[in-house]
Write a protein that binds this ligand. Structure first.
Ligand code: ATP
Length: 320
């Protein structure tokens, strides 16, 4: 769907931001670009919607060379979400979300109805938040509006630059989870930039780990964690691999002990990350928490520290 072929970008002052970049994002795939500040992630992303043009090489979108595309028409097909969100301060949440559909000629009523649906989808009740102005929202709520607005034109491709960057870690994890659930429904082709390896691992179907201006490894999260391709990636992934594994491994039915009647106080859902589960476990004096099945709402079993250990072992073996 998005294909980089030997793309190099040199800025007029001689800075080479990216060099000979080749990779592909498949249709419906979410690829995260991760790396330290200044390594060329944003430059990579902005070349896709032609905010920046490459010095050499080419970028194909659905097989078409974007250099030949009209930038305005191109950007209609590509949603763009940035950290500062960029909502219009003098427009309500509903108007902000309906902006793009209205720009492309959707009748006002239909655009607003679609905007309300999308606000609902990102977890903001339109009857409560639709008439508010951006300054009357929390940072996390603003970011949800940013995501809703980007989805409003129903673009097949989304570019997201640190979309969850401006919120605290707890809200961030929740937004990431909700976003993953949303992506399962909308299946957009997504390029997402982050400097946070944990976020890259959690969200990406595949990850591009950037060195300086080049991709050091492009692979599934488990492969990046389990088999770093270069010493650089190994040091970037770092010594706390076990901790990162907690954040990306989800709880399965096999990790649980039978519930045996009594439901423990705290609970998490099947599919929660081990980190969430461990956080809940650590709060429970009994050393066990309930795990519910989100589809049925029923108790699926009980999680103990041994279960967490088992799940971690399983993840390690899968990576090996
Ligand atoms: N307009 C410009 N002119 C000259 N150099 C630039 C320009 N824009 C970016 N650069 C340089 O290109 C390199 C890559 O920048 P880029 O913004 O792509 O990095 P990044 O990985 O997104 O960084 P960050 O995580 O800090 O946003 C950096 O060295 C940066 O200083």
């Amino acid at each position: 769907m998005i294909r980089f072929e030997h793309v190099t970008k040199r800025y007029p002052d001689g800075t080479t931001a990216v060099e000979d970049l080749s990779f592909e994002v498949a249709e419906g795939e979410l690829v995260t670009l991760v790396g330290p500040s200044g390594c060329g992630k944003t430059t990579t992303m902005k070349m896709v919607n032609r905010l920046i043009d490459p010095t050499s090489g080419r970028i194909l979108l659905g097989g078409e060379d974007i250099a030949a595309a009209d930038p305005v028409e191109l950007r209609r097909r590509i949603g763009y979400v940035i950290q500062q969100v960029g909502l219009f301060p003098h427009k309500t949440v509903l108007e902000n979300t309906a902006t793009v559909p209205q720009l492309i000629g959707t009748p006002r009523a239909a655009a607003r109805a679609r905007a309300a649906e999308l606000l609902e989808l990102v977890g903001l009740d339109p009857s409560v938040y639709g008439s508010r102005y951006p300054e009357q929202l929390s940072g996390g709520q603003r970011q949800r509006v940013g995501v809703a607005r980007a989805l409003a034109a129903d673009p097949p491709v989304l570019l997201m630059d640190e979309p969850f960057g401006a919120v605290d870690p707890v809200v961030r994890e929740r937004l990431q989870n909700e976003f993953l659930t949303l992506q399962q429904t909308v299946r957009k082709t997504i390029l997402l930039v982050t400097h946070d390896l944990e976020e890259a691992i959690r969200l990406g179907d595949r990850i591009a780990v950037y060195g300086t201006g080049t991709i050091e490894q492009f692979d599934r999260p488990a492969a990046v964690l389990g088999a770093p391709a270069t010493p650089y990636v190994a040091s970037f992934v770092g010594a706390d691999r076990g901790l990162k594994r907690l954040a990306v491994t989800t709880l399965g039915a096999d990790d649980l002990a039978p519930a045996e009647g009594t439901a423990p106080g705290a609970s998490v859902e099947l599919g929660a990350t081990l980190r969430e589960a461990l956080a809940a476990l650590l709060q429970e004096d009994s050393g066990r928490i309930g795990v519910t099945d989100p589809d049925t709402g029923e108790l699926a079993g009980v999680l103990t520290p041994e279960g967490v250990h088992r799940a971690l072992r399983r993840a390690e073996l899968q990576e090996a």
